[in-house]
Design a protein around this ligand. Structure first.
Ligand code: NAD
Length: 481
């Protein structure tokens, strides 16, 4: 049994427990053991965080862009210097494999914060329009004020950083509310940044969404809310923010199609759709997971056979071992949800191609208390099934055959979601037509899950993104002399 450590909120430059002292347990999803406690914050803590962020705003927003850039470069250095520890905490906290957190996530954070530092100047660039002699139009970009970033559990450090870095670069002060299932890495970031950023510029408060985030969403002291999370939470936040007409950014779920044409290079497409896009990609717990695999009929059987072989080699177990290739489901609640879909798929009549098992039988004794589901592939030609339409957010995908490009487009767009899509083809014409016709925010061609631009969805995948411009608004002036 590991020693249980207590973590605190960061409010106004101080590390504080919840005002009423309440805590929540944090569970390692690979073992089921409690390994840390986090504050279960409430309305008093929400008010304190808003007050601290408001107090810090005039000085932070009034600072020259180069001053903010200096601070953000120091943050990047902190991430680089503490990458090993943060990667391990993130792995223990939410089950992302150490191979992901140490090799992909943390190096990416140093780049992200450095990039945000470089964008500080662009964040305050305005436009100048000449309306004729003696009449000049000017715009200036201004921060919103206090930004509340509400983040999910599946990738806390990356999501915290994407929101905080760009919002801070633009001159806002920030409050981050991590997800209760995986909070520790965010609170540790708060400890590390406490003396790096001026007090109140970045605040991190933990607890349940309805107890700590909701009062801040309603507060007139918060000027913009950026949520990365589920559609249900987005709807609650939209209603809660209505009274103060707050600007929102909603980065939500997906049921992304990954489309393999008959002319594709199957040596790339088979691992691409099986590992890069879904199963070993955080056990399918990624918003843009390619969970609907559309395969053109001439290569359907060949693809299924290759995917089955690749999936058979996926190893579950110790998340801190470099030999493990797939981790657990994040929590008992999410495990119940994902395993329910194993039954739903079978009851709906989808054919089980591989997988379908869950629980302790998949791992060694040391990990028997964790939340394990094996890579599972259903097959059907009926895209209306629940396993084809609903976001499962686990290692469960569905294969769907198609004949023509027209049919692929129709199937791909037949979803309430529009986050991302993958296209595998050797034909540039096919790739370009698909890029235009797919109703999603991102299209990857012959690759998947490489995020180079801010993610933004269509339809129920939400709107808004995490970029420096998205955290500013443009003020217009007309000067006549
Ligand atoms: P969730 O919606 O349950 O929780 C997200 C956050 O909202 C958490 O911090 C939670 O505490 C908070 N919250 C819950 N109720 C609230 C309320 N009443 N008021 C204010 N805040 C509240 O999502 P999750 O289960 O943590 O994450 C999984 C979801 O996130 C999936 O749908 C996934 O697709 C989505 N996601 C999207 C992206 C993207 O960039 N589009 C990235 C990662 C995850």
């Amino acid at each position: 049994m590991t020693e249980v450590r207590d973590y605190s909120n960061l409010i106004g430059g101080e590390l504080r427990p919840a005002a009423d002292g309440r805590t929540l347990d944090s569970v390692n999803p690979a073992t089921g053991e409690v390994w840390a406690t986090i504050p279960r914050s409430g309305a008093t803590d929400a008010a304190a965080a808003v007050e601290a962020a408001r107090a810090a705003f005039p000085r932070w927003s009034g600072m020259p862009a180069a001053g903010r850039a200096h601070y953000l470069r120091k943050v990047a250095e902190v991430f680089a210097a503490n990458a090993k520890e943060l990667a391990e905490l993130e792995t223990i906290d939410n089950g992302r494999l150490i191979t992901e957190t140490a090799k992909r996530d943390l190096p990416g954070m140093t780049y992200l914060w450095t990039n945000a530092a470089a964008e500080c100047a662009a964040a305050v660039e305005g436009r100048s329009v000449d309306f004729g002699p003696g009449s000049q139009g000017l715009t200036r970009r201004e921060p919103y004020g206090v930004v509340l970033g509400i983040i999910p559990w599946n990738s806390p450090i990356s999501t915290l950083s994407a929101k905080a870095a760009f919002a801070l670069a633009a001159g806002n002060t920030v409050i981050i509310k991590p997800a209760e299932q995986a909070t520790v890495s965010s609170l540790r970031v708060g400890e590390l940044l406490r003396e790096v950023l001026p007090p109140g510029v970045l605040n991190i408060v933990s607890g349940l969404g309805e107890e700590i985030a909701d009062p801040m969403v309603r507060s007139r002291g918060v000027d913009k809310v950026s949520l990365t999370g589920s559609v249900g939470t987005a709807q609650i936040i939209t209603r809660a923010s209505a009274e103060s007409l707050k600007p929102l950014a909603l980065e939500l779920g997906g049921k992304s199609p990954n489309i393999v044409f008959a002319d594709a290079d199957l040596d790339r497409a088979a691992p691409g759709v099986t590992t890069q896009a879904i199963f070993t990609a955080n056990a399918g717990q990624i918003c843009y997971g390619g969970s609907r695999i559309l395969i053109q009929r001439p290569v359907y059987d060949e693809m299924i056979s290759r995917m089955t072989e690749i999936a058979a080699g996926i190893r579950l177990g110790d998340t801190l071992s470099p030999d493990t290739t797939m981790g657990p489901i994040v929590s008992a609640e999410q495990y119940e949800r994902v395993t329910a879909y194993l039954e739903i798929g079978a009851k709906e009549g989808a054919e089980l191609v591989f997988g379908g098992r869950s629980g302790a039988e998949l791992v060694d004794e040391a990990h028997a208390g964790g939340y394990w589901v094996e890579p599972t592939l259903f097959a059907t030609s009926d895209n209306s099934l629940r396993v084809c339409q609903e976001e499962i957010f686990g290692p469960v995908a569905v294969a769907i055959p198609f004949d023509t490009e027209e049919e692929a487009v129709a199937l791909a767009n037949d979803s309430v979601y529009g986050l991302a899509a993958g296209v595998w083809t050797r034909d540039l014409g096919t790739a370009q037509r698909m890029f235009r016709r797919l109703d999603t925010g991102t299209v990857w061609v012959n690759t998947y899950r490489k995020v180079m631009f801010p993610l933004e969805g269509t339809k129920d995948s939400g709107y808004g993104n995490d970029s420096v411009l998205a955290y500013t608004r443009e003020k217009a002036g007309l000067f006549e002399f």
